[in-house]
Design a protein around this ligand. Sequence first.
Ligand code: AMP
Length: 304
Amino acid sequence: MKNRNKILVIGSVALDSVETPFGQVSRALGGSATFFSAAARVFAPVSISAVVGKDFPIKYLRQMRRLNICLDDLKIVDGKTFHWKGYYGEDLNSAHTLKTELNVFKDFKPQLNEENRQTRYVFLANIDPEIQSYLLVQLENPSWVACDTMNFWIQHKKASLIGLLKKVTVFLCNEAEAKQLSEEKDLFRASRWLLGKGPKIVVVKKGEYGVACYTRRSQFMAPAYPVHKVMDPTGAGDSFAGGFLGYLARVGNLDDRAVRRGIVYGSILASYNVESFSLDRLARLTRPEIESRFKRFRQMTQFS
Ligand code: AMP
C-alpha cells in the first residue's frame, strides 16, 4: 500500500451559514469531514468519502485540493449540497442550529475505491450513523476506527449509533452529547457507560474548558489552548479530531503517550481554527506555528 499512515474520513462536506458575535458568513466551506481533513493533513495524508451537489462551488474543490486532500471518493451528484445554518450567542461553547438541510446526504451510500478500502486508519466524522456503518463494512482490515457524532444523530438515530460503537476504537463527542447518549448526569459515569459499549478510548470535548480522555485504566485532562479572540467556533471539534487522529496515524500507535500528545496537538489545531471563519486560518497554518504552541502548552501545564 502506498501511504501506510493515510487516514480515510467520512463525514459532511457542507455549505455553512454561520453568525457569531464577531461576524457572519453565508454558504462558506464547512462540514465535519472538511474541517477534519484541513487539520489532519499537517500530520498524515487524508482522503475524504462524501457527497456534494452540483451547486458546490469549484473554488471550494480547488481549495481542498490545494491542501493535498484526496477527493477521489468525493461524489458530485445532482441535487443540493448539505447546508448547515447556525449561530453562537455570547456563550461561544454552544452552537444553536437553525437549519440542517441534509439534501444529497439523504440517500448517500458511500462506495470506496480499491485503495481506500485498504486504509488502516479511519475516522467516521459526524454524519448519519447508518452512513458511517455502511462505510465501515467496506474496509478490509483497519487498525483503528474513530467515530464522532452530535446531538442531532443521538436524537434521530440513537439505536444505530449505539450498535456502531461496538466496532469503534476511539469515540469522540462533547460533554452534553456524552450525557445525552448515556442518560447519565455525571461525566465520569457517562464515560464508563460509553467504554462499556465498545470503544477503548473515549474523548470528551468541553469547548473552552478543554478535553477529558478516559480509558478503562487511565484518565487524562488537558485545557484548551487559550486564544486572544475566538471569531467562530464552528469546526473546533472536527479540527481537534484532525490534529489528534492525524498525529496518531503519523506515529502509528495508540499507547498512552501517543494519545496524550495527540490530544495536545488536537487542542492546538482547534485553537487555530477558531481564530477565523471557515478554513481561513487552517489553510495557511504551518508546522512551526503548531510546534510553537505545543511548546507553550507544555510550559502552561507543567508543575512539580
Ligand atoms: P463542530 O466541529 O462540531 O463545530 O462541527 C461543525 C460542522 O458540522 C459544520 O461545518 C457543519 O457543516 C457540520 N454539521 C452540522 N450539523 C451536522 C449534522 N447533523 N451532520 C453532519 N455534519 C453536521
